[in-house]
Design a protein around this ligand. Structure first.
Ligand SMILES: [Zn+2]
Length: 254
């Protein structure tokens, strides 16, 4: 599969070539607009060549550029899970389903210092604005998907399907292509390894569900994992790190 990473401040979104168009998997923070434009220019892809945006979930660092992109090309269809449709209309990262930051080291980095985000975004992270985004109202032309939805059935000319991979959030989905490439959003990650993340993303709603999603990804035949945070890695990393983090170490998001 031809997968082109577009690296933004903290999110990597991916362009995937279909027959004659591109599908964009996730976007980035609203602040990433210039980075996004220069990123797609570097690989010679116009916004007009994008037919669909598939959102892996509703978080601010994944849907933040939606309005800017659609303003330039309103014919792009936005694809999301049923659960995402409600959450994305609220304009705030869901905190009603519990969960927290992975462990104390991660919480220290993110909360007390806010070092990681501030450095990456090259701006001071405003706590009040953090976790918020401009709400998105589902349009008639947009598409809802669920576990097993085939990409060809939603007009995306590639062999592959949607798999529900909850745990990071209640609306998380991954995209699995027939060749084993799997774009997982935040269902796995490759970030802050020194803080003991072990391929988990830093915020998790339900740890058990998170690792059950790994099992699903592993047994579905995925080979290469493309996370929204960090570089692609082999599925063996999931096999080796599964169940290594513990629910009891989650630190509440304040
Ligand atoms: Zn997320």
């Amino acid at each position: 599969m031809k997968i082109i990473p577009i690296k933004l401040s903290v999110t990597t979104c991916y362009l995937v070539k279909t027959d004659d168009k591109y599908v964009l998997i996730d976007t980035g923070y609203a602040e990433d607009w210039d980075l996004f434009l220069s990123g797609i220019k570097k690989v010679n892809i116009e916004l007009s060549a994008i037919s669909h945006i598939i959102l892996t979930h509703h978080h601010d660092d994944h849907c933040g550029l939606l309005h800017d992109i659609l303003k330039e090309n309103s014919s792009i269809k936005v694809v999301m899970s049923y659960q995402c449709k409600d959450l994305i209309s609220k304009g705030e990262n869901d905190q009603t389903h519990g969960g927290g930051l992975l462990n104390r080291r991660v919480a220290f980095l993110i909360h007390e210092k806010q070092l990681y985000l501030s450095i990456k975004l090259r701006r001071k992270v405003d706590k009040a604005k953090n976790l918020k985004f401009r709400p998105y109202e589902f349009r008639d032309c947009d598409i809802l998907v669920k576990d097993g939805t085939m990409l060809r059935d939603i007009g995306v000319a590639i062999n592959g399907k949607i798999i529900e991979t909850h745990g990071h959030t209640v609306d998380s989905i991954s995209i699995l292509f027939d060749d084993g490439d799997c774009l997982v959003g935040d269902a796995a990650a490759d970030m802050l390894k020194f803080a003991g993340t072990k391929n988990c993303v830093i915020f998790i709603c339900d740890m058990k569900e998170y690792y059950e999603s790994w099992n699903k990804i592993i047994s579905s035949g995925a080979q290469r994992i493309f996370p929204a945070h960090g570089k692609p890695f082999p599925v063996d990393n999931l096999k080796n790190n599964i169940w290594k983090n513990d629910e009891k170490h989650l630190v509440r998001y304040r």
